[in-house]
Design a protein around this ligand. Structure first.
Ligand code: BDR
Ligand code: CA
Length: 309
C-alpha cells in the first residue's frame, strides 16, 4: 500500500534531494508539494520545487504557501544555500506552472478528501501546517501523522539553542508540536549522522545520469557551509531523512518523549526542549529520531535516485 504524503518544503539543497527521493519511491504517493519561505524567499522556493519535479521527470503539483512567519520577522539561509537557494547546478527556469490554489487550502482539502490517510512532511518552517490547523481546526484529528525535519535534542544551528526550521517560526512549530497529532521529529541530533561524505558523493557521480550529476553539483555547493562551520566531511542531508523514514523506518531508531518549543524571547527562543530522560513526567507527544543507519540511508538514496534519468 502506498502512503499519501504532502511534502511541505523550502528548497534548499537538502529539500531538493528529499523531493527526488519522494518522487522516485513507489511506497509514496505525493499528493502535492507545498512551498514555504525559509532558506530563501517564497518565489525562489516555489521555483526550485518545480525545477526538481521536472528534473525527476514528473508533473506533481506545486502549491505556494506562506511568505512570512506568523509573528516574528523573517530569517533566511542564503549563507548556506546561496542566492537562489539552489546554487551549484545551472537550471533553466521551470515550465511546470505553479498551482493557483494556496498551499494551506490544498493541505486542508487533501485531508478532508483522504481522512486519516495523509502524512504531512514539513521540512521547512511550519507556518503552512500551523495556518491550516488554525484556518480549519476540524482537520487536526483527521491528519494521519506528521513527520518533521526540525529541532534538536541537543544544540541548534541558527542560534546556540535553535535549529533553523523551528527558529524560522517558533510559534507555528509550537502549534504543530502541541496539536496532539502523531508526530515524528528528525532533528539535528539525527541528521548530523547522515553526512554526504566524498565516498558517498562518488556513488551519486557513478550513477552517470543527469539526476546523479545534478545531485553531485548540489552536494558540492552545500558542503561548503558544512566544511567551514562544523568541520564536517560533508553536508548533512537533513530533509531526506524524513522521506527515508517513511520508506524504510528500520533505518532509524526513535524514542517517544515530551517535546515543546520555547516561544519566549531570549537565548532559547525556538529551542525544541526534549525531555529525553522523562524528568518532567509530561505526556510524550513525539517520536524523536535518535540513531540512523547512515550507510543504509545512502544506499537507499543512491538506489532510488538511480531509477531517475
Ligand atoms: C534545515 O534548515 C534548512 O536550511 C534545511 O533545508 C533543513 O530543512 C536544517 O536545519
Ligand atoms: Ca528545508
Amino acid at each position: 500500500m502506498t502512503r499519501k504524503i504532502i511534502l511541505d518544503c523550502d528548497p534548499g539543497h537538502d529539500d531538493a534531494i528529499a523531493i527526488l527521493l519522494a518522487l522516485s519511491s513507489h511506497e509514496l504517493e505525493v499528493l502535492g508539494i507545498t512551498t514555504v519561505y525559509g532558506n530563501v524567499g517564497l518565489e525562489y522556493t516555489s521555483r526550485n520545487a518545480r525545477i526538481m519535479v521536472e528534473l525527476a521527470g514528473k508533473t506533481t503539483k506545486v502549491f505556494a504557501g506562506a511568505s512570512r512567519p506568523l509573528l516574528r520577522e523573517r530569517i533566511s539561509a542564503e549563507n548556506v544555500h546561496g542566492k537562489s537557494g539552489l546554487e551549484g547546478p545551472v537550471f533553466d527556469e521551470p515550465k511546470l506552472p505553479l498551482e493557483a490554489q494556496h498551499a494551506v487550502q490544498f493541505i486542508i482539502d487533501s485531508i478532508f478528501e483522504h481522512p486519516n490517510e495523509v502524512t504531512l512532511v514539513p521540512v521547512g518552517a511550519f507556518t503552512n501546517i500551523a495556518l491550516a490547523m488554525r484556518l480549519e481546526p476540524k482537520i487536526i484529528p483527521l491528519i494521519g501523522e506528521i513527520v518533521v525535519m526540525g529541532g534538536s535534542t541537543t544544540l541548534g544551528n541558527t542560534s546556540p539553542a535553535a535549529e533553523f526550521n523551528i527558529l524560522c517560526d517558533p510559534h507555528a512549530a509550537s502549534i504543530v508540536f502541541s496539536s496532539g497529532v502523531k508526530l515524528t521529529m528528525f532533528g539535528l541530533n539525527l541528521t548530523h549522522q547522515c553526512l554526504a561524505t566524498p565516498d558517498r558523493v562518488a556513488k551519486f557521480k557513478a550513477l552517470n545520469s543527469r539526476v546523479g550529476n545534478v545531485t553531485v553539483q548540489l552536494l558540492e555547493f552545500f558542503k561548503l557551509a558544512y566544511n567551514k562551520r562544523y568541520g564536517f566531511a560533508g553536508p548533512a542531508l537533513h530533509d531526506p531523512c524524513t522521506i527515508a523514514y517513511l520508506i524504510k523506518p528500520e533505518l532509524f531508531t526513535v524514542q517517544n518523549m515530551h517535546v515543546e518549543v520555547d516561544v519566549l524571547p531570549g537565548p532559547s527562543f525556538g529551542r525544541t526542549v526534549c525531555d529525553v530522560w522523562d524528568v518532567t513526567g509530561k505526556p510524550a507527544n513525539c517520536d524523536v529520531a535518535m540513531t540512523a543507519d547512515a550507510d543504509g540511508f545512502f544506499d537507499l538514496l543512491i538506489e532510488r535516485l538511480g531509477t531517475l534519468e
